[in-house]
Design a protein around this ligand. Structure first.
Ligand code: SDX
Length: 386
């Protein structure tokens, strides 16, 4: 009877996708999905995106407090000193198929860092600091390196005189970015840095809970982020908008998609039942870029789709999420579509590391249970008799 009661109790706890189930306690980020409010360590993401930098926000997420000028300068200096990636990793990337997806190249190269920094001292704050600096510093370099390598070029070295966002855009495009473009890109990194227990951060925490190295933690999270239901949606949004083609096709396209029960990319969220606050800010950033560098008609199509979808999907609490407008910002910055998700990974490395550090501070290995739905015990028939 005890076993039976246990199974019934487990069934009562089961929620597909763990919807609404707290799987950890965390002080890193809070989301109010009903009111569309997102805050990192108590600071509203709107304020951070407009008044801080990505490295300042990274410091806040990982160590819990905004740095003072001296602390920020020291952190920026450390990150700048660790941007370069071993020639061995660059050579490894040169052996990757050039038509491979950059997220697979990033996952492989992030994991390879564990080969170079194999000493594991998870109880040593200096080790933690060193791993944070290396990953924050090297992930952008690896994303940019694969972009040049797959074009048949040698990756270019980071420039020590450029700030974080400018340096990434320089390594990617081989030219120094316009200051407005760099500022807007930095704000995009802040907006994508952290989002409580999303799928890739949950992966990071589960991997961290086994006390493996931080490079394996980030590689695990990169692989999870790549999926089209998660970080991969930003790339699919542009494909969807290009498929729709023109504003007069929006309504018939959407009605067909809904009738076919297709997921509209860039819409919907497990937490938000209103428009994602990040989408609101990304729209404003996109409009700043259009004012400065020329309009993108795909933006008008996106806004038409948002308006029609508000009528069709709004009543179900399905509104634009972070991925709906981010691709239009990156496209105006001249970034190839299949790099949108690797850029998401550059930013989210800050959040993954914040959760890695927090998990280590109060660790218990994740090992949930299941509801068994398979065969009861049965005899094995030897192959001769099967
Ligand atoms: C990110 O979790 C995070 O925080 C993630 C993220 C972060 O910062 O880390 O915010 C980043 O991943 C944003 C989401 C990017 N993905 C997409 O844009 C892909 C499209 N969106 C959907 O696949 C979906 O909305 C999810 C995956 C985002 C959320 O899925 P849920 O919460 O599991 O919802 P569901 O699939 O169970 O759908 C519930 C209902 C269904 O209808 P019914 O069967 O109940 O009638 O809502 C419908 C779904 O069909 N629905 C959609 C829809 N999303 C949900 N219908 C059409 N288009 C959609 N986009």
């Amino acid at each position: 009877m005890v076993a039976e009661a246990g199974i019934q109790a487990t069934a009562a706890l089961y929620r597909p996708g763990l919807e609404g189930v707290p799987a950890t306690q965390s002080a890193v980020c809070d989301i109010d999905g009903q009111r569309g409010i997102l805050s990192y360590r108590g600071y509203r993401v709107e304020d951070l995106a407009s008044q801080s930098t990505f490295l300042e926000t990274t410091y806040l997420l990982i160590w819990g407090e905004l740095p003072d000028a001296e602390q920020l300068a020291a952190f920026e200096q450390e990150v700048q000193m660790h941007r370069r990636v071993s020639f061995r990793i660059r050579d490894m990337m040169k052996s990757f198929p050039s038509q491979g997806h950059p997220m697979d190249a990033l996952q492989a190269s992030a994991a390879s860092l564990g080969l170079f920094y194999s000493r594991r001292a998870l109880d040593n704050p200096e080790y933690i600091y060193g791993a944070v600096v290396r990953l924050i510093a090297k992930i952008p370099t690896m994303v940019a390196a694969f972009q040049l390598i797959r074009k048949g070029q040698d990756p270019i070295q980071p420039r020590d005189d450029l700030a974080y966002a400018s340096n990434f855009l320089y390594m990617l495009t081989e030219r120094e970015p316009d200051p407005l473009a760099a500022r807007i890109f930095d704000a995009c990194l802040i907006l994508h840095a952290e989002h409580s227990l999303n799928a890739s951060t949950f992966s990071a925490r589960v991997t961290a809970s086994t006390l493996t190295d931080p490079y394996a933690v980030v590689a695990s999270a990169v692989g999870t982020l790549a999926g089209p239901l998660h970080g991969g949606a930003n790339e699919d949004v542009l494909t969807m908008l290009e498929e729709i083609g023109s504003e007069d096709q929006v309504e018939p396209w959407l009605d067909r998609a809904i009738a076919e029960k297709r997921k509209i990319m860039g819409f919907g969220h497990r937490e938000y039942k209103v428009k994602d606050p990040r989408a609101v800010i990304l729209q404003k950033l996109a409009e700043q870029l259009f004012d400065a560098f020329g309009h993108d008609p795909l933006y008008d199509l996106a806004r038409k789709l948002e308006a029609v979808a508000a009528d069709r999907l709004g009543p179900k609490g399905i509104y634009p999420n972070v991925d709906f407008y981010s691709g239009l910002v990156y496209r105006k910055l001249g970034i190839p579509e299949d790099l949108f998700t690797p850029i998401f990974a550059i930013a989210r490395t800050a959040g993954w590391l914040a959760h890695w550090k927090e998990q280590l501070g109060a660790n218990r290995i994740f090992r949930p249970t299941q509801i068994y739905t398979g065969y009861a015990a049965r005899e094995l028939t030897p192959i001769e008799a099967r």
